[in-house]
Design a protein around this ligand. Sequence first.
Ligand SMILES: Nc1ncnc2c1ncn2[C@@H]1O[C@H](COP(=O)(O)OP(=O)(O)OP(=O)(O)O)[C@@H](O)[C@H]1O
Length: 325
Amino acid sequence: MDNKAPVIELKELTKQYGTLTAVNKLNLNIEKGEVFGLLGPNGAGKSTTILMMLGLTEPTSGYAGVCGYNATSSPIEVKKRVGYLPDNIGFYENRTGLENLMYMARLNNIPESEARDRVSHLLHKVGLENAAEKKVGAYSRGMKQRLGLADVLVKNPEIIILDEPTLGIDPSGVRDFLQLIRQLSKEQQLTVLLSSHHLHQIQQVCDRVGIFVNGSLIAKGDIPTLSKTLFESEPFMIEVEIKHPFSITGHPLEDVLLTMEEVSGIKEVNRKIHIACTEDITPVIAKTFVEAGLDILYLCKKEYGLDEIYQRYFEESHENQYHIA
Ligand SMILES: Nc1ncnc2c1ncn2[C@@H]1O[C@H](COP(=O)(O)OP(=O)(O)OP(=O)(O)O)[C@@H](O)[C@H]1O
């Protein structure tokens, strides 16, 4: 396949269950070596999208291309190249981690001696070398997920798809697991598609994010780009609190600020003044307040992160649901 072609190419991909549109005209390209996060609340359509990419569910319309193959008509070619870790991976609990991985290697027709080397290398990579001989039934949730990662890597895939991979792992385990994914991706140019509704986790590990709501991908890009698209008119918010009771409404300073080219709006929230700006003019704002003889108690510049982005989309989706109901 052409090296520059995206490894995942979704065009107008749609899945309808009766009258419900689970996935609606999805367009998305993911490049080789990218870690892409599919972010969205329960029922948004993430799993359905993944199933179509694996050729396990037929799209109602549109195209899902994976490693240059049509996932719907060539699911076996796709399966050879994609490792899929579902949210509820099952292992043989009365067999060891090593035995489970060897079993997976056999299923993928990997010769025994090669399989031994690969499996022991992978157990080391995911930090389970000391638990290799332990029965999986005695593994913690975090250990099982790491074994799951090794399991999907046994066949040396070009892409790994992980559906809610951090579910039920404790916070430090999550951090380690995400670091491991990132490291693997960078070392091996492995493409990773990660589905989650944990925005903080996605933010830590992904190069790009797609936000899924009600079957539609309503935004995609890296975090700064998403932030810029969504908060174009006010990418910066400067919060100021004055020591003594003070209201900016009607105060001469209000006009001074509003005549500044970079200031797009002023609001008072509790005791704080929120100044929406198109540029970062924090020093100018500070100077203006001081020169007006006001004592600043607090001043903070806020840049929008994934939290605000997600919340805004999420809230909008709830509003929509409310109107429909
Ligand atoms: N086989 C099916 N038959 C009918 N409706 C389905 C089927 N599978 C999924 N759906 C519906 O399609 C929508 C999208 O579901 P999907 O599982 O893709 O969402 P999701 O984003 O993966 O959510 P979650 O995080 O809960 O897994 C939901 O409304 C779901 O109820």
